[in-house]
Design a protein around this ligand. Structure first.
Ligand code: HEM
Length: 446
């Protein structure tokens, strides 16, 4: 039954409409099974602002780019990341920069920014290309699962480019598993450490990751190098602020998680749509061939125009971070609705990317919608928001684009891949969006 969240909204503001769904469970099961469908039903029923109950908590869902802008621009500093993200991933990713707020966040972001300067990106790009070539050498044509292979590749790249260390397969698998366990723990229905449960595995994963980064820290502090780990050790603001050892370990754990899942999802989505649309696969391959280079240089990144369109469209169709939670630290309002202090709110890039009022035929793969003469994303500054916005906007967005394009360029030159015409991928949205079947394709060497 629909009710409003707060009977007494201050004058001039409306109470947030909504309903608590099923007893105990609220809308949790629908949210885990089909978050997009749930959001679309609620948007149709209540409009851009409504409350519901998920994972035992009342949450206000904010749909559409206007609501996203209000929260991400955060003019009255009412929306905080820390308490909201901590609810989902706090025990596993505490002291990550995305979980910090206001002055402290700004302070850490200024230091971290040094690790993402243009010169740094250029040297990461240089380190990445031979690493990608090595990774692709091990791919076997025939029946091929895209998701685990991209995941392996991005983790190996992260170890090379971020850590500057080479791991043997068993070590790499252990670290990869720890990242997966820590991410999966965030959406556990049972949110305490019962034996065999996701939550407990997440806590164990955090300990594994801390031990791993602590083990390598002294050498990084001493030797420097071109990798992100070394960059964080060396990063210093103009007024001489640097990170402590604990900060570096927490930032590395967070940044590696933020970097490798998101780019894996982006590339897997691109592989899916390029398999479903072979004419686009040929178009981007021809563009890569026209460059006449097996590996990309930093300067080439802007020259793969069609690949850029495909990447943007895939980030729209499947936003790798589908929801951005915040908690209000004071009373505020969004689009005329009263949102009291202590309220959890969520912005949903994935939902916003599928609203037909902003995106004509929103479910259709149509990379040209981002072409210079159409630019459908220009309808609103926050219509396309896979990287968020405001002070927490993804610090790795250029790195991510660079990685995705560098990998896809090499894949396109070496392989063609197909799926049966009737194949539709089963997308699991219960944590970050990934195909449940790993995306099986036929891979052919060319
Ligand atoms: C294509 C891939 C990527 C997508 C779609 C993506 C998406 C996002 C989004 C939506 C946020 C904002 C979260 C919020 O406001 O609550 C974010 C933050 C962040 N991302 Fe990314 N990301 C990607 C790649 C990367 C990469 C490659 C790195 C690192 C090299 C990275 C590091 C970060 C960090 C450190 C933050 C937190 C920034 C802050 O709070 O100041 N991301 N990302």
């Amino acid at each position: 039954m629909a009710t409003s969240m707060a009977a007494a909204a201050p004058e001039g503001l409306k109470p947030v409409p909504g309903d608590g769904g099923l007893p105990f469970l609220g809308q949790t099961l629908s949210m885990l099974r089909d978050p997009l469908g749930l959001a679309q039903r609620r948007y149709a029923q209540y409009g851009p602002v409504s409350w519901g109950k998920v994972l035992g908590k009342r949450m206000v869902a904010l749909y559409g780019p206007e609501a996203a802008e209000a929260v991400l621009v955060n003019r009255d500093k009412a929306f905080a990341n820390g308490p909201a993200w901590s609810f989902f991933i706090g025990p596993f990713f505490y002291r990550g920069i995305m979980l910090m707020d206001f002055e402290e966040h700004l302070h850490h972001r200024r230091i971290m920014q040094q690790a993402f300067s243009r010169d740094r990106l250029r040297s990461y790009q240089k380190a990445m290309s031979p690493s990608i070539t090595r990774g692709l050498d091990s791919w076997q044509p025939g029946d091929f699962k895209v998701l685990p292979n991209f995941k392996q590749l991005t983790l190996d790249l992260a170890m090379d480019v971020f850590m500057g260390v080479e791991l043997d397969r068993a070590q790499a698998d252990r670290i990869n598993k720890a990242f997966i366990d820590a991410v999966r723990a965030g959406l556990s229905i049972i949110r305490y450490p019962v034996p065999g449960g996701r939550w407990r595995r997440g806590l164990r994963a955090r300990r594994t990751l801390e031990a791993f980064f602590n083990e390598h820290l002294p050498a990084k502090r001493a030797d420097g190098g071109d990798d992100l780990f070394a960059a964080l050790c060396q990063a210093e603001t103009d007024d001489g602020h640097r990170f402590s050892d604990e900060d570096i370990v927490s930032h590395m754990i967070f940044v590696l998680m933020a970097a490798h899942d998101t780019s894996t999802i982006t590339m897997t989505t691109m592989a899916y749509y390029l398999a479903k649309h072979p004419e686009w696969q040929e178009r981007v391959r021809e563009e890569s061939r026209a460059l006449g280079k097996e590996t990309l240089d930093f300067e080439d990144l802007d020259r793969l125009v069609s690949l850029d369109l495909v990447m943007k469209e895939c980030l729209r169709l499947v936003a790798p971070v589908p929801g951005l939670p915040r908690e209000t630290v004071k009373d505020t309002s969004v689009l005329g609705y009263h949102v009291p202090a202590g309220t959890m709110v969520t912005i949903s890039p994935n939902v916003n990317h599928h609203i037909a009022d902003y995106w004509p035929d929103p479910d259709r793969f149509d990379p040209e919608r981002f072409s210079a003469d159409r630019r459908e994303d220009k309808i609103h500054q926050y219509a396309w928001e896979p990287f968020g916005g405001g002070v927490h906007k993804c610090i790795g967005l250029h790195f991510g684009g660079m990685e995705v394009k560098s990998v896809m360029h090499q894949v396109l030159l070496r392989y063609r891949w197909t799926v049966p015409a009737e194949y539709e991928w089963p997308l699991d949205m219960s944590t970050l969006p990934v195909p449940k079947d790993g995306l099986p394709v036929q891979l052919e060497r060319i």
